[in-house]
Design a protein around this ligand. Structure first.
Ligand code: ZN
Length: 403
């Protein structure tokens, strides 16, 4: 046997980081961030190869305000940091296009819910495009995943976590209450505020929520083993996440108002249906944006529209306004803050234009990346970038998509 003869000369010119036949290891030197150092929500989140990120998206019945934008810009930054660390983010951002609020909004305009939703989705897409938010890899719509909600309901019935009553499949909520860490009164208050109707006599326990429910003449309806009906809100996101990303995700992202009941129930349903443990390794609940001391909301007219802001100032200034703070802390928007964000951006650009001798910026680049990997500490990264300039500032501009 003669063995295999390799063309030695060709392999000596191997790319960096590959062991050539000469046995020499060449350091890559082109990957500044290290995913193993990522911390999120106060704890290490080691990632290998892929990061599955599920972002709770919009219910398309209304215009995008600054509070919505904050969630999606932070999700975008997370994907950017993960990507810079050599891990491929797989982002799934759903559209909740089966929802009673949407149905009523369409009805009041004499429109079909799905056709009305598409128009709103288009507007939202335009706002995200202008803000420089990258398109997610997956954008599932609830109405395309009704069959998966039926599968989820069947799985929950099978595993004893749900029961059927008069065409409605109820998910037993005792577990969800335990997971929430909330006291009962506060949880009841939130359940009522977010439409879970704890005082509905049709269910066994105030904390039970519908996985599937019958539809009236005015609601969209699909066939199911329990009659014509439609999915419950929490079940929609549970089913979409499982159908697109599998039984677990690395990060679950949403506004902090989604923490309970929505994300608590979504996670509890997935765990119950799969006999798994936690659905999300980490949750990124973005602090609410207030205005005049109250949460932004269309219902009260207390809001700033993203589209209107973008007509007045460049998108990087709006991104700076949203990102130059701690992601988890609620804050109050004041127009003066936009001017401060523009000045911060200007200083960063000036710093990025500075040229440093030799590799003088190497440690500053490392410092910027360390700040970003440490719970997405944008203010810390920007402080270093601004002070040190050169490559460090250029890296901040790139990762934060401020260019
Ligand atoms: Zn959701």
């Amino acid at each position: 046997m003669t063995g295999i003869i390799l063309p030695v000369g060709r392999y000596r010119a191997s790319p960096s980081g590959v062991i050539g036949l000469s046995g020499r290891v060449v350091a890559p030197g082109d990957n500044a961030l290290h995913s193993a150092e990522l911390r999120l929500a106060g704890r290490p989140l080691p990632l290998v190869g892929t990061a599955r990120i599920y972002v709770c998206g919009i219910t398309p019945y209304d215009v995008t305000h600054l509070g919505h934008a904050a969630t999606f810009v932070w999700a975008d930054l997370l994907a950017s940091v993960v990507s810079g660390a050599g891990v491929t983010p797989v982002v799934c951002r759903n559209v909740t296009d089966v929802d009673d609020v949407l149905t009523r909004a369409a009805e009041s305009r004499g429109r079909y819910y799905d056709e009305f939703a598409l128009g709103q989705e288009h507007q939202f897409g335009q706002d995200m495009l202008r803000l420089g938010v990258r398109r997610p890899d997956h954008e599932p719509r609830a109405r395309h995943h009704v069959a998966h909600v039926v599968q989820l309901a069947a799985a929950l019935l099978e595993t004893g976590h749900a029961y059927e009553r008069d065409g409605c499949v109820w998910f037993g909520g005792a577990e969800a209450l335990a997971r929430s860490g909330l006291d009962r009164d506060r949880a009841l208050e939130l359940a009522a505020a977010y439409g879970d109707a704890p005082d509905d006599p049709a269910k066994r326990d105030p904390f039970d929520v519908p996985v599937w429910r019958p539809s009236s003449e005015r609601d969209p309806a699909w066939p199911s083993p329990w009659g014509w009906g439609r999915p419950g809100w929490h079940a929609e996101c549970a089913a979409m996440a499982m159908a697109v990303l599998g039984a677990g995700v690395d990060v679950l992202v949403g506004g902090d108002d989604l923490c309970f009941p929505h994300h608590t129930y979504q996670s509890a349903m997935v765990a119950a249906a799969t006999a798994g443990s936690a659905f999300a390794r980490r949750e990124l609940h973005v602090g609410a944006v207030h205005q005049g001391g109250a949460k932004m909301a269309k219902s009260t007219g207390n809001l700033t529209l993203v589209g209107e802001l973008l007509d007045r100032v460049p998108a990087p200034a709006v991104r700076m306004l949203l990102l130059d703070r701690s992601w988890s802390v609620p804050w109050d928007y004041e127009p003066a803050a936009l001017g401060a964000a523009e000045l911060r951006l200007e200083r960063l650009y000036v710093a990025a234009g500075r040229t440093l001798p030799g590799d003088a910026g190497g440690s500053a680049v490392d410092a910027v990346t360390q700040r970003l990997l440490d719970d997405l500490d944008v203010p810390g990264a920007l402080d270093v970038a601004e002070a040190e300039g050169g490559d460090a500032a250029r890296l901040a501009v790139k990762v934060l998509a401020l260019g």
